[in-house]
Design a protein around this ligand. Sequence first.
Ligand SMILES: [Zn+2]
Length: 365
Amino acid sequence: MSGTSPPFRPPFCPNPKCDSRKNPLSWRYHKKGFFLRDAKPHRIQRYRCTHCHRYFSSQTFSTTYWLRRGHLLEAVFHRLVSCSGIRQIARETGVSHSTIRRLSDRLGRHCLLFHEQMRPKSGPTEPLVLDGFRTFEHSQYWPMDLNLVVGTSLFLYGFNDAELRRSGTMRPSQAAKRLILEKTYGRPDPSATEKGVEELLRRVVPPGAHAVLRSDEHPAYPRAMKRLKDRSFEHERTSSKAARTTSNPLFPVNLSDMLIRHCSSNHKRETIAFSKRRQSALYRMATFTVWRNYMKDRSENRKIGPPAKALGVIKRAMSAAQVLKIRLFADVVGIGRGWLRECYFGRIPTRALEGCRSHTARHAI
Ligand SMILES: [Zn+2]
């Protein structure tokens, strides 16, 4: 943060309970020495808030706060969307796989906030396409959908998760194992998709707005829309058996599915890099969302800019350095009290890992 021009100025007190948050214009702080560290920049300026007397530093506002190897953050970002597995990245960068997993989680939290801050908050100006991206967590006995809402501009408006019951053809031994697992850990909620899609649409389509929504013939989707009485939807359905060409109305979401599968090692078929926890899959999906919307071009050949440029959200494609330039704070961005908050703070459970320590964003505010 420091060492760049213009000189860094703390934008607000990082303490969410500080009185100055109510009246930011009256906020004052003092410079209060500095500390030295091994990583560059070596000299870090410290400050003290004159309202709550809390100390902080220029690092408090950096995405690399408290990181010993902050320079890895950008490199890991690129590898996570280039289909590298956690252990592959660890071998390349010479750190442990747990370090890479923590960096992946940190990037996911940052990207959740980044997208929430950047995405359009008014009613959608283009038709939206809804679908569930089928994958699994922990083992193939625990399938799940990542519900996606994509615009015709290819902008990924949002996503969430819905756990599913394993279905399809199973050997008798597999059916027996499913029975035992469900007895031990409980059965996924049969209405998880309906509830998930309702939450997602509630987030993407504001109250009073109208949206043209395209989807396949999944019966849970109309039920989810009916629950949102203060929004109006024009629902256009297309059979999932229709050819997946560019003229298919569901093309934007089909393309997203293809890109997720292509760029994320945890969603490859027949892989050992699958996500062991749903929470990790969601953090990685957040990183993918930011890369897809604000960094990756809509056309690799024609270079017409990323989807966010087509929507008028940004003027030109962003780099990873720009996305990671400044730390975002959950209470400043505003993440409500629903799924987004639970996901940000790492509270999405994995049924088969009942006793596992849920990783909470300890330093997230
Ligand atoms: Zn303060």
